[in-house]
Design a protein around this ligand. Structure first.
Ligand SMILES: C[S@@+](CC[C@H](N)C(=O)[O-])C[C@H]1O[C@@H](n2cnc3c(N)ncnc32)[C@H](O)[C@@H]1O
Length: 311
């Protein structure tokens, strides 16, 4: 069962019962600028503001991305306060031992993680979502020709999804916490391996973007893998307080769990209501990219071996 509310998640979480959710999985706004109405208007017009249209690659049109490369000490403070206040609310609504998994960027991660830890959470690692992003790698602005051999920031080939846990109940063992709250650990992979912190992924497929044309929609293949891990005993509700067009909630629905999404923008809220059932029905294999890479690395080992053997 799922539900999405049109609300500001800060206000919503304040009114929520404590210990309501087994996990929070979310992809929040960054810089707190990109989802402001005036910047969304500029994105739609394709001119100005914090959104940029990446260049066509091989003639393929790209979706707009937020352009955040300059980040002052003042921005860090604003972001810290935002996530610190938010983390205190998130802490309240999670059960002891509940996990918080939050998308970030290599630049913002230290500030966001610091704010969340100060909000009471334990850091539990970072999932490296391997994905060929179009973030970074820019030549100096307005001097692209003059300095064409330089880029001001590395091109990101990964996206961090930081993992935190609300501490397990005082005086309890993890096993006791699991029995009482159904939380405290991450589910292993279907083949028994521990949940890994590097996940080969993909850009959101066109089919999913057509269902939910949100500028930062996340792929079902990745979201389902995360959701599977954070509901360790298949019981409990998951919250996405910045749910956008609902990719997290669709993953929850696809796996048969319960979820609640909060979205402040009426356009995205309406989009989520329509998109969630359709995204939940999309047929994906969350382990496909991992298998491809493993196959690739076996090939590499074999090639190296053959070269060494002079074949
Ligand atoms: C990065 S997007 C999430 C996209 C989502 N992962 C998806 O796949 O569609 C962040 C979303 O948070 C929403 N948002 C921003 N501030 C909010 C707030 N205070 N409460 C609830 N939603 C908010 C924005 O409108 C935006 O849709």
């Amino acid at each position: 069962m799922w539900k999405v509310y049109l609300a500001d998640c800060f206000e919503w979480m304040k009114k929520c019962e404590p210990n309501e959710f087994i996990a929070i999985v979310t992809d929040p706004p960054y810089s707190l600028e990109e989802f402001k109405r005036e910047n969304l208007e500029k994105m739609k017009r394709g001119s100005g503001g914090v959104w940029r249209i990446p260049p066509k690659i091989g003639g393929v049109e790209r979706n707009p991305l937020p352009r955040f490369t300059v980040f002052s000490a003042e921005h860090h403070k604003i972001m810290f306060n935002f996530f610190h206040n938010w983390a205190k609310l998130a802490y309240r609504v999670l059960v002891p031992g509940g996990h918080l998994v939050i998308a970030s960027t290599p630049i913002f991660l230290p500030t966001v993680a610091h704010a969340i830890i100060e909000g009471g959470f334990e850091p539990r690692g970072v999932i490296v979502r391997l994905v060929q992003t179009l973030r970074g790698g820019f030549r100096p602005k307005n001097a692209e020709e003059e300095f064409k051999e330089l880029s001001t920031i590395p091109r990101a080939h990964w996206e961090p999804w930081a993992i935190f846990r609300k501490p397990i109940e005082k005086g309890s063992t993890v096993a006791e916490n699991l029995k009482k709250w159904k939380s405290g650990a991450l589910k292993r992979e279907p083949d028994g391996r521990p949940f890994p912190d590097v996940i080969p992924s993909e850009r959101t497929p066109k089919e999913e973007e057509a269902i939910a044309p949100h500028p930062t929609l996340k792929p079902q293949s990745f979201m389902r893998r995360i959701i599977r891990a954070v509901v360790p005993l298949n019981e409990g509700k998951v919250l996405d307080p910045f749910c956008g067009a609902g990719s997290t909630i669709a993953a929850i629905e696809a796996l048969g769990f319960d979820g609640i999404g909060i979205e402040v923008n009426p356009e995205y809220y309406e989009m989520a209501l329509k998109a969630i059932p359709q995204l939940a029905r999309v047929n994906v294999d969350p382990w496909l990219f991992e298998r491809r890479i493993n196959k690739g690395s076996k090939m590499l080992v074999l090639t190296e071996f053959l070269l060494k053997e002079g074949c």
